[in-house]
Ligand binder design. Structure first.
Ligand SMILES: Cc1cc2nc3c(=O)[nH]c(=O)nc-3n(C[C@H](O)[C@H](O)[C@H](O)COP(=O)(O)O)c2cc1C
Ligand SMILES: O=C(O)C(=O)c1ccccc1
Length: 363
Protein backbone atom coordinates (compact mmCIF):
# COMPACT_ATOMS: atom_id res chain seq x y z
CA UNK A 1 0.00 0.00 0.00
CA UNK A 2 1.33 3.46 -0.86
CA UNK A 3 1.55 6.24 1.71
CA UNK A 4 -1.81 7.70 2.68
CA UNK A 5 -0.46 11.14 3.43
CA UNK A 6 2.83 13.03 3.32
CA UNK A 7 3.61 12.66 7.03
CA UNK A 8 4.92 9.10 6.62
CA UNK A 9 7.08 10.09 3.66
CA UNK A 10 8.46 13.02 5.63
CA UNK A 11 9.49 10.89 8.61
CA UNK A 12 11.06 8.24 6.36
CA UNK A 13 13.03 10.99 4.62
CA UNK A 14 14.15 12.54 7.90
CA UNK A 15 15.56 9.18 9.00
CA UNK A 16 17.65 8.92 5.82
CA UNK A 17 18.99 12.39 5.19
CA UNK A 18 22.07 13.64 7.11
CA UNK A 19 21.25 16.26 9.72
CA UNK A 20 22.92 19.31 8.14
CA UNK A 21 21.29 18.58 4.77
CA UNK A 22 17.92 18.08 6.45
CA UNK A 23 18.34 21.45 8.17
CA UNK A 24 19.22 23.11 4.85
CA UNK A 25 16.09 21.69 3.23
CA UNK A 26 13.59 22.18 6.05
CA UNK A 27 14.93 25.40 7.48
CA UNK A 28 13.70 28.94 7.12
CA UNK A 29 15.31 32.28 7.90
CA UNK A 30 15.53 34.18 11.20
CA UNK A 31 13.11 32.93 13.84
CA UNK A 32 11.30 30.92 11.14
CA UNK A 33 8.14 32.96 11.71
CA UNK A 34 7.22 33.02 8.04
CA UNK A 35 8.03 29.34 7.63
CA UNK A 36 5.53 28.50 10.41
CA UNK A 37 2.94 31.04 9.21
CA UNK A 38 2.93 29.55 5.70
CA UNK A 39 1.49 26.35 7.19
CA UNK A 40 -0.69 27.83 9.91
CA UNK A 41 -2.65 30.15 7.62
CA UNK A 42 -4.35 27.30 5.75
CA UNK A 43 -6.40 26.66 8.92
CA UNK A 44 -8.05 30.05 8.43
CA UNK A 45 -9.84 28.92 5.29
CA UNK A 46 -12.70 26.49 4.89
CA UNK A 47 -14.22 24.96 1.77
CA UNK A 48 -17.87 25.57 0.79
CA UNK A 49 -19.18 22.34 -0.74
CA UNK A 50 -21.97 22.36 -3.33
CA UNK A 51 -24.11 19.27 -3.84
CA UNK A 52 -26.01 17.52 -6.62
CA UNK A 53 -23.40 18.33 -9.25
CA UNK A 54 -22.24 15.70 -11.77
CA UNK A 55 -18.76 14.84 -10.48
CA UNK A 56 -18.36 11.56 -12.36
CA UNK A 57 -15.06 12.85 -13.75
CA UNK A 58 -12.84 15.65 -12.53
CA UNK A 59 -10.64 17.59 -14.96
CA UNK A 60 -7.22 18.51 -13.59
CA UNK A 61 -5.34 19.09 -16.85
CA UNK A 62 -4.62 22.45 -18.47
CA UNK A 63 -2.20 24.27 -20.75
CA UNK A 64 -0.15 26.88 -18.90
CA UNK A 65 1.93 29.35 -20.94
CA UNK A 66 1.98 26.79 -23.74
CA UNK A 67 3.00 23.88 -21.50
CA UNK A 68 0.58 20.94 -21.31
CA UNK A 69 0.06 19.69 -17.74
CA UNK A 70 -2.00 16.77 -16.37
CA UNK A 71 -2.11 18.23 -12.87
CA UNK A 72 -2.07 21.73 -11.39
CA UNK A 73 0.48 20.54 -8.78
CA UNK A 74 4.06 21.19 -9.91
CA UNK A 75 7.54 21.18 -8.44
CA UNK A 76 9.03 24.44 -7.10
CA UNK A 77 12.62 25.21 -8.07
CA UNK A 78 15.04 23.77 -5.52
CA UNK A 79 18.80 23.67 -5.73
CA UNK A 80 20.95 20.50 -5.68
CA UNK A 81 18.61 17.49 -5.72
CA UNK A 82 21.67 15.23 -5.50
CA UNK A 83 21.85 16.24 -1.81
CA UNK A 84 19.21 13.56 -1.20
CA UNK A 85 19.52 11.12 -4.12
CA UNK A 86 22.44 9.98 -6.24
CA UNK A 87 20.55 10.58 -9.49
CA UNK A 88 19.14 13.92 -8.42
CA UNK A 89 17.19 16.01 -10.94
CA UNK A 90 17.07 13.35 -13.64
CA UNK A 91 15.07 11.19 -11.21
CA UNK A 92 12.92 14.16 -10.24
CA UNK A 93 12.18 14.86 -13.90
CA UNK A 94 11.23 11.22 -14.47
CA UNK A 95 8.86 11.27 -11.52
CA UNK A 96 7.33 14.56 -12.66
CA UNK A 97 7.03 13.24 -16.21
CA UNK A 98 5.10 10.18 -15.05
CA UNK A 99 2.73 12.45 -13.13
CA UNK A 100 2.41 14.88 -16.06
CA UNK A 101 3.51 17.58 -13.61
CA UNK A 102 5.53 20.72 -14.17
CA UNK A 103 9.14 20.57 -12.98
CA UNK A 104 10.61 24.02 -12.44
CA UNK A 105 14.30 23.17 -12.54
CA UNK A 106 16.63 25.28 -10.40
CA UNK A 107 19.51 27.13 -11.99
CA UNK A 108 21.53 25.32 -9.32
CA UNK A 109 20.46 21.87 -10.48
CA UNK A 110 23.05 19.15 -9.91
CA UNK A 111 22.31 17.49 -13.29
CA UNK A 112 22.61 19.08 -16.70
CA UNK A 113 19.66 20.70 -18.42
CA UNK A 114 20.21 18.30 -21.31
CA UNK A 115 20.04 15.19 -19.08
CA UNK A 116 16.93 16.56 -17.37
CA UNK A 117 15.35 17.13 -20.79
CA UNK A 118 16.14 13.54 -21.80
CA UNK A 119 14.25 12.29 -18.74
CA UNK A 120 11.15 13.89 -20.26
CA UNK A 121 8.23 15.72 -18.70
CA UNK A 122 7.04 19.32 -18.73
CA UNK A 123 9.80 21.64 -17.59
CA UNK A 124 10.57 25.31 -17.01
CA UNK A 125 13.91 26.79 -15.90
CA UNK A 126 14.41 29.00 -12.86
CA UNK A 127 17.07 31.73 -12.83
CA UNK A 128 18.72 34.03 -10.34
CA UNK A 129 20.18 37.12 -11.93
CA UNK A 130 23.96 36.68 -11.80
CA UNK A 131 26.42 39.55 -12.09
CA UNK A 132 27.90 37.56 -14.96
CA UNK A 133 25.33 38.28 -17.67
CA UNK A 134 27.19 36.20 -20.22
CA UNK A 135 26.68 33.12 -18.01
CA UNK A 136 22.99 34.00 -17.71
CA UNK A 137 22.60 34.44 -21.47
CA UNK A 138 24.34 31.12 -22.14
CA UNK A 139 21.98 29.33 -19.78
CA UNK A 140 18.93 30.87 -21.45
CA UNK A 141 20.14 29.67 -24.83
CA UNK A 142 20.67 26.14 -23.51
CA UNK A 143 17.24 26.13 -21.87
CA UNK A 144 15.60 27.00 -25.19
CA UNK A 145 17.53 24.30 -27.02
CA UNK A 146 16.62 21.71 -24.35
CA UNK A 147 12.89 22.37 -24.55
CA UNK A 148 12.32 24.28 -21.32
CA UNK A 149 8.96 26.04 -21.80
CA UNK A 150 9.41 29.19 -19.70
CA UNK A 151 11.93 31.09 -17.57
CA UNK A 152 11.16 31.71 -13.90
CA UNK A 153 13.22 34.58 -12.54
CA UNK A 154 13.34 34.62 -8.75
CA UNK A 155 13.28 38.17 -7.46
CA UNK A 156 13.10 37.77 -3.67
CA UNK A 157 16.76 36.94 -3.12
CA UNK A 158 19.14 39.87 -3.66
CA UNK A 159 20.83 38.26 -0.65
CA UNK A 160 20.19 34.86 0.90
CA UNK A 161 18.05 34.98 4.05
CA UNK A 162 19.68 34.62 7.47
CA UNK A 163 19.31 30.86 7.75
CA UNK A 164 20.52 30.27 11.25
CA UNK A 165 20.50 26.47 10.98
CA UNK A 166 22.90 26.65 8.03
CA UNK A 167 25.08 29.20 9.80
CA UNK A 168 25.29 27.04 12.93
CA UNK A 169 26.08 23.96 10.86
CA UNK A 170 28.56 25.86 8.67
CA UNK A 171 26.59 24.39 5.76
CA UNK A 172 28.29 24.15 2.39
CA UNK A 173 27.49 22.14 -0.70
CA UNK A 174 29.38 18.81 -0.39
CA UNK A 175 32.40 18.62 -2.72
CA UNK A 176 31.01 15.86 -4.96
CA UNK A 177 27.80 17.77 -5.74
CA UNK A 178 27.95 20.58 -8.27
CA UNK A 179 25.73 23.14 -9.92
CA UNK A 180 26.79 21.56 -13.20
CA UNK A 181 25.03 24.07 -15.42
CA UNK A 182 27.34 26.87 -14.30
CA UNK A 183 31.13 27.16 -14.55
CA UNK A 184 32.97 25.60 -11.62
CA UNK A 185 34.86 28.84 -10.91
CA UNK A 186 31.55 30.72 -10.52
CA UNK A 187 30.50 28.15 -7.92
CA UNK A 188 33.65 27.64 -5.82
CA UNK A 189 32.47 29.61 -2.76
CA UNK A 190 29.35 27.52 -2.28
CA UNK A 191 31.59 24.55 -1.35
CA UNK A 192 33.49 26.45 1.37
CA UNK A 193 32.37 25.42 4.82
CA UNK A 194 32.94 27.40 8.00
CA UNK A 195 31.03 27.41 11.30
CA UNK A 196 29.02 30.58 11.64
CA UNK A 197 28.48 31.07 7.93
CA UNK A 198 26.72 29.41 5.01
CA UNK A 199 28.53 28.61 1.78
CA UNK A 200 25.39 29.32 -0.16
CA UNK A 201 24.96 32.77 1.37
CA UNK A 202 28.61 33.60 0.69
CA UNK A 203 28.28 32.42 -2.87
CA UNK A 204 25.20 34.56 -3.47
CA UNK A 205 26.98 37.59 -2.01
CA UNK A 206 29.68 37.10 -4.58
CA UNK A 207 27.60 36.22 -7.65
CA UNK A 208 24.06 37.66 -7.40
CA UNK A 209 23.44 41.08 -8.94
CA UNK A 210 22.08 43.23 -6.09
CA UNK A 211 21.66 46.28 -8.34
CA UNK A 212 18.87 44.59 -10.30
CA UNK A 213 15.72 46.69 -10.87
CA UNK A 214 12.59 46.54 -13.02
CA UNK A 215 14.41 48.40 -15.78
CA UNK A 216 16.81 45.46 -16.27
CA UNK A 217 14.10 42.94 -17.13
CA UNK A 218 14.09 44.15 -20.75
CA UNK A 219 17.61 42.76 -21.16
CA UNK A 220 16.37 39.24 -20.41
CA UNK A 221 13.20 39.67 -22.48
CA UNK A 222 15.27 40.68 -25.49
CA UNK A 223 17.31 37.48 -25.23
CA UNK A 224 14.55 34.93 -25.31
CA UNK A 225 11.32 33.94 -26.98
CA UNK A 226 10.29 32.03 -23.86
CA UNK A 227 7.57 33.33 -21.53
CA UNK A 228 8.99 35.14 -18.49
CA UNK A 229 7.63 34.41 -15.02
CA UNK A 230 8.59 36.37 -11.87
CA UNK A 231 8.78 34.35 -8.66
CA UNK A 232 8.60 35.99 -5.26
CA UNK A 233 5.80 38.54 -5.66
CA UNK A 234 3.90 39.28 -2.42
CA UNK A 235 2.16 42.62 -2.98
CA UNK A 236 -0.40 44.16 -5.31
CA UNK A 237 2.07 46.99 -6.03
CA UNK A 238 4.72 44.64 -7.37
CA UNK A 239 2.13 42.56 -9.21
CA UNK A 240 1.04 45.71 -11.10
CA UNK A 241 4.67 46.58 -11.89
CA UNK A 242 5.21 43.06 -13.18
CA UNK A 243 2.27 43.49 -15.54
CA UNK A 244 3.53 46.92 -16.67
CA UNK A 245 6.90 45.35 -17.46
CA UNK A 246 5.31 42.72 -19.63
CA UNK A 247 5.88 39.55 -17.62
CA UNK A 248 3.78 36.56 -18.61
CA UNK A 249 3.01 35.21 -15.14
CA UNK A 250 3.93 35.62 -11.47
CA UNK A 251 4.52 33.19 -8.63
CA UNK A 252 3.20 34.36 -5.26
CA UNK A 253 5.88 33.06 -2.93
CA UNK A 254 7.96 33.97 0.10
CA UNK A 255 10.51 31.34 -0.88
CA UNK A 256 9.16 28.83 1.63
CA UNK A 257 10.01 31.15 4.53
CA UNK A 258 13.70 31.08 3.59
CA UNK A 259 14.14 34.76 2.69
CA UNK A 260 12.54 37.70 4.57
CA UNK A 261 11.52 36.38 7.96
CA UNK A 262 8.34 38.12 9.09
CA UNK A 263 7.12 38.39 5.51
CA UNK A 264 3.42 37.85 4.93
CA UNK A 265 2.47 34.17 4.61
CA UNK A 266 2.12 33.33 0.91
CA UNK A 267 -1.55 32.43 1.10
CA UNK A 268 -2.36 35.79 2.72
CA UNK A 269 -0.72 37.60 -0.20
CA UNK A 270 -2.47 35.58 -2.90
CA UNK A 271 -5.84 37.43 -3.03
CA UNK A 272 -4.32 40.91 -3.41
CA UNK A 273 -2.01 39.75 -6.18
CA UNK A 274 -4.85 37.99 -8.01
CA UNK A 275 -6.96 41.12 -7.76
CA UNK A 276 -4.16 43.39 -9.03
CA UNK A 277 -3.47 41.56 -12.31
CA UNK A 278 -5.64 41.04 -15.40
CA UNK A 279 -7.79 37.90 -15.16
CA UNK A 280 -5.91 36.18 -17.98
CA UNK A 281 -2.46 36.59 -16.39
CA UNK A 282 -1.58 33.33 -14.65
CA UNK A 283 -0.79 33.61 -10.95
CA UNK A 284 1.03 30.60 -9.53
CA UNK A 285 1.43 29.91 -5.83
CA UNK A 286 3.88 28.21 -3.49
CA UNK A 287 4.48 27.94 0.23
CA UNK A 288 3.37 25.31 2.71
CA UNK A 289 1.10 23.22 0.49
CA UNK A 290 1.03 19.71 1.95
CA UNK A 291 -2.28 18.24 0.79
CA UNK A 292 -4.92 18.32 -1.92
CA UNK A 293 -7.19 20.26 0.42
CA UNK A 294 -4.58 23.00 0.73
CA UNK A 295 -3.97 22.98 -3.02
CA UNK A 296 -7.74 23.42 -3.52
CA UNK A 297 -7.76 26.42 -1.17
CA UNK A 298 -4.94 28.11 -3.11
CA UNK A 299 -6.61 27.36 -6.45
CA UNK A 300 -9.91 28.73 -5.13
CA UNK A 301 -8.16 31.93 -4.05
CA UNK A 302 -7.09 32.42 -7.66
CA UNK A 303 -3.90 30.43 -8.26
CA UNK A 304 -3.74 28.74 -11.68
CA UNK A 305 -1.24 26.20 -10.42
CA UNK A 306 0.42 25.31 -7.14
CA UNK A 307 4.09 24.48 -6.70
CA UNK A 308 5.30 22.18 -3.96
CA UNK A 309 8.84 22.33 -2.59
CA UNK A 310 10.15 20.28 0.32
CA UNK A 311 7.76 17.28 0.01
CA UNK A 312 9.21 16.54 -3.43
CA UNK A 313 12.67 16.21 -1.89
CA UNK A 314 11.20 13.92 0.78
CA UNK A 315 9.82 11.70 -1.98
CA UNK A 316 13.10 11.81 -3.88
CA UNK A 317 15.06 10.88 -0.73
CA UNK A 318 12.80 7.95 0.07
CA UNK A 319 12.13 6.50 -3.36
CA UNK A 320 13.91 8.33 -6.19
CA UNK A 321 11.74 8.89 -9.28
CA UNK A 322 9.03 6.62 -7.82
CA UNK A 323 8.99 8.64 -4.63
CA UNK A 324 8.60 11.92 -6.53
CA UNK A 325 5.79 10.39 -8.59
CA UNK A 326 4.14 9.16 -5.41
CA UNK A 327 4.21 12.57 -3.72
CA UNK A 328 2.79 14.33 -6.79
CA UNK A 329 0.10 11.69 -7.35
CA UNK A 330 -0.87 11.68 -3.69
CA UNK A 331 -1.57 15.43 -3.69
CA UNK A 332 -3.25 15.16 -7.10
CA UNK A 333 -5.51 12.32 -5.93
CA UNK A 334 -6.45 14.27 -2.81
CA UNK A 335 -7.25 17.28 -4.98
CA UNK A 336 -9.36 15.19 -7.35
CA UNK A 337 -11.27 13.81 -4.36
CA UNK A 338 -11.67 17.29 -2.84
CA UNK A 339 -13.03 18.69 -6.11
CA UNK A 340 -15.61 15.91 -6.32
CA UNK A 341 -16.86 16.34 -2.76
CA UNK A 342 -16.76 20.11 -3.22
CA UNK A 343 -19.06 19.81 -6.25
CA UNK A 344 -16.49 21.57 -8.45
CA UNK A 345 -15.17 19.04 -10.96
CA UNK A 346 -13.22 21.44 -13.20
CA UNK A 347 -10.29 23.71 -12.31
CA UNK A 348 -12.33 26.67 -13.57
CA UNK A 349 -15.03 25.83 -10.98
CA UNK A 350 -12.56 26.45 -8.16
CA UNK A 351 -13.34 30.12 -7.63
CA UNK A 352 -13.70 32.46 -4.66
CA UNK A 353 -17.10 30.96 -3.92
CA UNK A 354 -15.43 27.63 -3.12
CA UNK A 355 -13.67 29.00 -0.06
CA UNK A 356 -14.46 31.17 2.93
CA UNK A 357 -12.21 32.99 5.35
CA UNK A 358 -13.28 31.37 8.56
CA UNK A 359 -11.69 32.81 11.71
CA UNK A 360 -11.27 29.76 13.89
CA UNK A 361 -13.14 30.36 17.18
CA UNK A 362 -10.36 28.71 19.21
CA UNK A 363 -7.67 31.09 17.87
C1 LIG B 1 16.15 23.01 -0.44
C2 LIG B 1 15.49 24.16 -1.12
C3 LIG B 1 16.13 24.81 -2.17
C4 LIG B 1 15.52 25.87 -2.82
N1 LIG B 1 16.16 26.43 -3.88
C5 LIG B 1 15.54 27.42 -4.57
C6 LIG B 1 16.13 27.98 -5.72
O1 LIG B 1 17.22 27.57 -6.16
N2 LIG B 1 15.47 28.99 -6.35
C7 LIG B 1 14.26 29.45 -5.91
O2 LIG B 1 13.69 30.37 -6.50
N3 LIG B 1 13.66 28.92 -4.82
C8 LIG B 1 14.27 27.93 -4.16
N4 LIG B 1 13.64 27.37 -3.08
C9 LIG B 1 12.27 27.84 -2.70
C10 LIG B 1 11.18 27.02 -3.43
O3 LIG B 1 11.18 27.27 -4.80
C11 LIG B 1 9.77 27.33 -2.91
O4 LIG B 1 9.53 28.72 -3.00
C12 LIG B 1 9.48 26.85 -1.50
O5 LIG B 1 10.24 25.72 -1.14
C13 LIG B 1 7.99 26.53 -1.42
O6 LIG B 1 7.62 26.21 -0.16
P1 LIG B 1 7.38 24.69 0.40
O7 LIG B 1 8.73 24.06 0.49
O8 LIG B 1 6.76 24.98 1.73
O9 LIG B 1 6.44 23.95 -0.53
C14 LIG B 1 14.24 26.32 -2.41
C15 LIG B 1 13.59 25.67 -1.36
C16 LIG B 1 14.19 24.59 -0.73
C17 LIG B 1 13.45 23.91 0.40
O1 LIG C 1 17.07 29.59 -2.98
C1 LIG C 1 17.26 28.93 -1.99
O2 LIG C 1 16.39 28.78 -1.11
C2 LIG C 1 18.50 28.25 -1.83
O3 LIG C 1 18.54 27.48 -0.93
C3 LIG C 1 19.66 28.49 -2.69
C4 LIG C 1 20.42 27.42 -3.09
C5 LIG C 1 21.53 27.62 -3.87
C6 LIG C 1 21.90 28.88 -4.27
C7 LIG C 1 21.14 29.95 -3.88
C8 LIG C 1 20.01 29.76 -3.10
Amino acid sequence: MGALDLAGIESAARARVPRDIWDFIEGGSGAERTLAANRKIFERFALRPRVLVDVSTCELGQTLLGTRLDTPIGIAPMAYHRLVDEEGETATAQGAGRAGALFVTSMFASRTLEDIAKAGGPRWLHLYWLRDRAALAALVERAEAAGFGALVLTVDAPRIGRRLRDQRNGFAVPPHIHAVNLDADLMATSHRSEKGSSGIAEHAREQFDTTLTWADLGWLRARTRLPLVLKGILTAEDARLAVEHGVDAVVVSNHGGRQLDGAIPSLAALPEVVEAVPAELPVLFDGGVRSGTEAAIALALGARAVLVGRPVLWGLAVGGADGVHQVLDLIRDELDHTMALLGRPRLADLDRGAVTDWPCPTD
